[in-house]
Design a protein around this ligand. Structure first.
Ligand code: GDP
Length: 298
């Protein structure tokens, strides 16, 4: 599958190393666990998540008298799938209108992900409008227009760099007039500094609150998986400026750093909503914890 293909480098990096130590150690002992710890930490799993995995393995080994190192991949899989599922938020299917504000630093794949998300939602039968409110980047607006044409979704943009707030305002009026299910707003919400970001977002929230109070608002942060630990730092900083409800983890294809998904969810307690596994319009998938873990460890 596309997911397995996309995660193949991450899988190769992690499982090959783990398999090597499985073959060189028959028994799960301290030396084995130390080597495992090192592999996990250097595979972008993060210190906190790694130590928790090791702790879980020790518990299970003791409780179930497991000795054979061949069991280790199953233990890791169980731990990670459970951890991801604990942090999942089960959204109730509702008919309420919804706004998704999309934030993220330049280059992470924000524009592309919005296009793909619009396509996905539209294909699933939702009516979608996109607001090109990242008005500072003319090229990004043009790119977003192209994605929206391909997705067959209406896009609201402004002429020559007017205020993002006025784009949001116009988009809300369209969404209300057409009774759209989902309004996806690209935003200039990026991290120059925290105060700046908070100001930009609070302007948008104010307009949404005033003009579109019937809609629920989600904030999705886009993170580039290829940046590894940097993604965690970004997520922490954004999280200090606004409440993030979901993550879009992009560029999982072609990176060995896909393990970053785990510490991001664990340390930030934000669920991953979508993952990007390629550059085509249908290369955005909804995140499924079990599938993701299996694609890496099976
Ligand atoms: P923005 O600056 O955050 O809006 O980033 P863009 O959406 O323009 O994306 C930057 C680059 O990353 C583009 O070349 C995209 O094609 C690429 N990109 C985005 N998402 C993915 C992904 O999931 N996989 C791959 N391979 N490339 C991606």
């Amino acid at each position: 599958s596309k997911l397995k293909e996309g995660l193949s480098k991450t899988k190769k990096n992690l499982t090959e190393q783990i398999e090597n130590i499985i073959y060189s150690h028959r028994k799960i002992d301290d030396e084995f666990l130390e080597e495992l710890e090192e592999i996990l930490i250097t595979s972008d799993m993060g210190v906190e998540t790694t130590l928790d995995i090791i702790e879980y393995i020790k518990e299970q080994v003791k409780k179930n008298k497991i000795e054979d190192t061949g069991e280790i991949k199953n233990l890791i899989k169980t731990y990670l799938a459970n951890m991801l599922e604990e942090h999942e938020v089960n959204e109730e299917e509702s008919n309420a209108q919804k706004v998704i504000l999309v934030v993220g630093v330049n280059g992470v794949g924000k524009t592309t992900s919005i296009g793909k998300m619009a396509y996905r939602l539209k294909s699933s039968g939702k009516s979608v409008i996109v607001a090109a409110a990242d008005t500072f980047r003319a090229a990004a607006v043009e790119q977003l227009k192209e994605w929206c044409t391909r997705a067959d979704v209406e896009i609201i943009s402004s002429e020559n760099g007017s205020d993002p707030a006025s784009v949001i305002y116009d988009a809300i009026q369209s969404a209300k007039a057409r009774k759209s299910d989902i309004l996806i707003c690209d935003t200039a919400g990026r991290l120059h500094n925290k105060v700046n970001l908070m100001n930009e977002l609070s302007k948008m929230f104010k307009i949404l609150d005033r003009e579109y109070s019937q809609a629920t608002i989600d904030v999705y942060l886009v993170i580039d998986a290829t940046t590894g630990q940097n993604g965690i730092i970004q997520a922490k900083l954004f999280g200090e400026a606004c409440k993030i409800n979901g993550l879009i983890l992009t560029k999982l294809d072609g990176t060995a750093k896909g393990g970053i998904a785990f510490p991001i969810v664990k340390e930030l307690n934000i669920p991953i909503k979508y993952i990007g596994v390629g550059e085509q319009i249908d290369d955005l998938q909804t995140f499924d914890a079990k599938e993701f873990v299996n694609a890496i460890f099976e």
